[in-house]
Write a protein that binds this ligand. Structure first.
Ligand SMILES: [Zn+2]
Length: 352
């Protein structure tokens, strides 16, 4: 991790924490969406196009985010809180997943935490020692499917089925032990693509014990991504969403109103959330806005954008506003930031 990203918090940032979050946040927090890796996971060259389009491969981030970096940042950004994480690697096609998973497992053992295993799209055998290595679920990723779409370098919009990148072995093992399956949904239409909805419904029915979590609430950074589709998701009883990189009050409000606070898990997407900026929607499309100009964001080299704060603070800010607007209580806030995730961990631990 570049020192530029882990430099001490500014007084303005500390002020935000004190004024807006110190009393609002519970003492214990579990961040359900944290990537950890070291530079040595990359065994294939990352092309310039890929570097330019994928925020996780940004030059400030790509060198890695170690457990020590995580601890250092959260200690400073959340003073006085006990901030822990559910960890997993960076499952991109240039990475060696064995090295990724080994690093996550070691980091979890070191920090008394739990992690999610990054499986290949065709994983046929669950590694021995899965639970001993502190895994409580999986984080599959559409990027790992061998799919020929050279024009779409980020591959996050690729037109594949979730059943193409999550193997039957993974589904059945998750079902047997009631594990977490954190899914980054494919396809450009996101939750507005009925095929995605049908697949999630099929999964929910066929594997009722799996704790299906949609990463980034199904990549719903815009209100228009979720306001129609939520009615289909609602009925899937074993479905949850995480808030990773969601900076939108209206998205959170829909999620809280329709799914309720017990199916929302606070997640950040560190280390991307360590950048300064905000996700916005303009005319129903999502854009990253960053303080430092990036090839994948809106920014300005001419304007002074030093007053920006971390994406992670914008995530919490958007949650706070939606919680307040719905008059939710302290108990609900505790569940979103800690209880829901902690209950999952407890339950899973009881199953193995
Ligand atoms: Zn992520």
């Amino acid at each position: 991790m570049k020192d530029t990203l882990l430099k001490p918090l500014t007084n303005e940032d500390l002020e935000i924490f004190k004024k807006e979050f110190e009393d609002f946040l519970p003492y214990e927090i579990i961040d359900s969406h944290v990537h950890l890796w070291e530079r040595d996971i990359f065994v294939k060259t990352i092309t310039k196009e890929r570097l330019d389009q994928n925020p996780a491969l940004d030059s400030e981030i790509v060198d890695g985010f170690r457990i020590e970096d995580f601890k250092k940042f959260v200690k400073e950004a959340f003073p006085g809180k006990k901030y822990e994480g559910i960890f997993f690697g960076l499952p991109v096609k240039e990475a060696d997943l064995d090295i990724c998973n080994k690093y996550v497992s070691d980091a979890c053992k070191k920090s008394d935490s739990y992690g999610l295993f990054n499986p290949t799209a065709d994983l046929k055998e669950i590694p021995s020692g899965f639970f001993k290595d502190r895994f409580i679920g999986f984080k599959p990723y559409p990027d790992l499917v061998d799919y020929k779409a050279p024009e779409d370098f980020s591959k996050l919009n690729i037109d594949v089925s979730m059943f193409d990148f999550i193997s039957r072995t993974v589904f059945e093992f998750c079902q047997e032990y009631g594990l977490i399956l954190l899914i980054h949904i494919p396809r450009a239409g996101r939750l507005n693509d009925r095929r995605n909805i049908e697949e999630i419904k099929t999964m929910g029915k066929k594997y009722p014990n799996i704790k299906i979590i949609l990463a980034h609430a199904g990549r719903s950074y815009c209100y228009s991504d979720i306001n129609e589709s939520i009615k289909y998701l609602k009925e899937i009883k074993n479905l949850y969403v995480d808030t990773a990189m969601i900076n939108s009050f209206s998205v959170n409000k829909v999620l809280l109103e329709e799914l309720g606070p017990d199916r929302l898990l606070y997640g950040s997407d560190l280390p991307i959330a360590l950048l300064k900026g905000k996700n916005i929607d303009i005319n129903n499309r999502h854009y990253f806005v960053t303080a430092t100009p990036k090839t994948w964001s809106l920014s300005s080299s001419k304007m002074d954008l030093n007053s920006f704060t971390y994406f992670i603070y914008e995530i919490i800010r958007a949650l706070k506003i939606s919680v307040r607007s719905l008059n939710l209580g302290k108990r609900d806030v505790e569940n979103i930031f800690y209880g829901n995730c902690n209950n999952m961990i407890k339950e899973i631990k009881g199953n193995f």
